[in-house]
Design a binder for this molecule. Sequence first.
Ligand code: SAM
Length: 273
Amino acid sequence: MSQDAIPPAVRRVYGPEDLSTAASFAGGYINFGDWSGFDAAGTPTRADRVRSQQALYRRVLAEFPHPPASRLAEVGCGRGLGCALAVGELDFAAVTGVDIHPEQVARAREANAGALAASPDRLGYTIGAADRLPFADGALDGVYSVEAAQHFPELPGFAREAARVLRPGGRLVVTTFFTSGPAAAGPLRELLASFADGLDVPHPITGFATALEAAGFAAPAVRSIGPAVWPGFDRYLAGGAVPPGHWARNFLAAWREGLLDYYLVTAERPATA
Ligand SMILES: C[S@@+](CC[C@H](N)C(=O)[O-])C[C@H]1O[C@@H](n2cnc3c(N)ncnc32)[C@H](O)[C@@H]1O
């Protein structure tokens, strides 16, 4: 993957800046987390923060028929901890983490060196872009993506590639934040630095569902999981992870104002395709 193919903000934030080291994340994961079941009154600890991110992975991976439905790929795997969880804890037969950023792939290999050595045939990390996945046609039973699609420059190419690499009957599961529509883009750039600097692309959720259908997926299921994500994440930030008034606190406001939401999207490639 040529560095030129990587959007500048993605290149910077997941290269020299290494977002996984920011205090708003923890443990090497880089997602806002699923806080279902956490005590709404308490201040989450750093361990809770890690658990929330693992819980988001478990929620996504629960959407796949349990093993032996086997060959999965994660698009935008970051440090690759979710792939290792899928193999080590959930016993999926084989998981390949794909990331556009060579530094992230190197970090994933280093962070999961033990798991890679223990399961060289079941776990792997490779460079690739969402709209150019490094797999043969029909090679996979499942494709998933956790908090990465907000960075993809365009979603129709990702939808087409996911459809191409899935076998007939294979499943796609995507979780991240999408906007409520084109009118949300301006206000989001005002509220959130990640939209203002081009790191996050304001993709409307309806556009993603349309792209999936156009790529041949059958009736995509779109579910909001915002209530399980935003209040818990903001409680963690409010507990001291970021200084008072930090722009990241505006994600909660953006959700409450109906500008964006966090979704779990599933879609299947028809068995007869
Ligand atoms: C917010 S991180 C999420 C990492 C991981 N899924 C997690 O939850 O810990 C987003 C990741 O997506 C990757 N990414 C961004 N654009 C991509 C693209 N077009 N194709 C593949 N990966 C991409 C970034 O390099 C980064 O590692």
